[in-house]
Write a protein of this length. Sequence first.
Length: 180
Amino acid sequence: MQRFMAPVCERIVQEGFIVKSGFNLKNSVERWGPPEERERCAWYVVNDKEGLPLCTLVLQVYHSHAAFHIPRPPRLFTLEATDRQDIIQALSQASVRVRWDLPQQRLPDAPSNREGIAHRWEYAADVTVRDCLAPGRDASLSNWYLDESFSLWGRHGWELVNIINVDSGIVAFFKRPSSA
């Protein structure tokens, strides 16, 4: 992330704006997707010459926790929010992060050793389903956000087992044959 953002931040500074380059874990959120296609959003607040915040630049990176693999190219987008809590709130809405109007670029899949194994199961949970149920920027509800979220799991062999409603939100449970 640092190497990707260094030239971007350098260019912003050359244009007379103030932005801190480098990766700060506290200025990022990672909580979406299956282990093979985890989504992390890191943000960089852009300030004017006087130090007043103008907007936030967000770097969206998909990566695998199961293999050394980047399943999608990174994406940059901006938010009007500049306060940490407002940024987190905005990123918690699937309609902000997931673009139905852009082609979904995929890089080749990582090698898998899962074929033919169905004796044991592995399980995972997704606590971000509620993010997909919030109205979009245009105040409309769309099943497209749920389709996108669940298709990420399905494309890596995860099967939706159950969804439960709890006080803090909605939890989706998945399973798939284990490779171990």
